[in-house]
Write a protein that binds this ligand. Sequence first.
Ligand code: G1P
Length: 294
Amino acid sequence: MRQTVCKVVFPAAGLGTRFLPATKAQPKEMLPLVDKPIIQYGVEEALAAGCNQIIMVTGRGKSAIEDHFDVSFELEKILDEKKKTDLLRVVREISDMIHVAYVRQKEALGLGHAVLTARELVGREPFAVLLADDVIDAQVPVLKQMIDVFEKTQSSVLATQIVEGEAISAYGVLDVKPVDGQSDGRLYEVFNMVEKPPVEEAPSNLAIIGRYILTPTIFDVLTQTQMGKGGEIQLTDGLRLLLKREKVYAYVYEGKRHDTGDKLGFLKATIEFALKRDDLGGALKEYLRQLKLD
Ligand code: G1P
């Protein structure tokens, strides 16, 4: 029986130390790109891919995420009284958008452990994992591109992109062979992978990016995955065990990715998204022009 994907797991328990002090009292996922929290871009991508069952893996200090996707009765009442109908619509859309379940990762034991925490809520069906830090601007939502590949392969699929030079060491890195004649040369079969290797040990320049379609077998192998890099249970190590049982594919998605977990990446994404906006783009362009940077 062919299976489809309708659940998306959002690991959102990380401490956000790269953005301190901004993240001392608010989750990093709630930092806004222009006027929308980072995590909402991911949720909108999931919806656009046809997945409306969202599972958030959160932790201490993350209640702002729950509030954001909940109904804000007081706010809606005030906006209604003040006849701010456009804003009222924006606020309502967020809570109407999704069915969301929350599960808490009690200890920060890594991405693999976060995914394992969602096991009961996912059940025995294929599902997606979306790392909200990786905001990807694409004509066809990347999650949709990945689900299309899953529907053909019925196997786990990892999003990948080329990363040149030393920067590869910040990623899970793939050892792959192209699958000829499939998906315009964008599809690869995965044979091995390493989490954050030194550049000289990287098996290729193909980095894992934060979109995964996984079969439920990943839960079985994650329970056997040992602590890896940084003393954490790494999803990459779990996936290496998965390779012994099932085929795993990698897909070079179409789209522009912004690493909003990084300060410079966050700033670049803010500028690019603002430049695309009808209400801000023109004025921002004008401002940037008059800065006369050398
Ligand atoms: C995680 C994964 C890594 C992957 C990356 C993509 O790392 O562990 O394999 O390449 O996401 O963004 P993190 O960025 O959370 O350190």
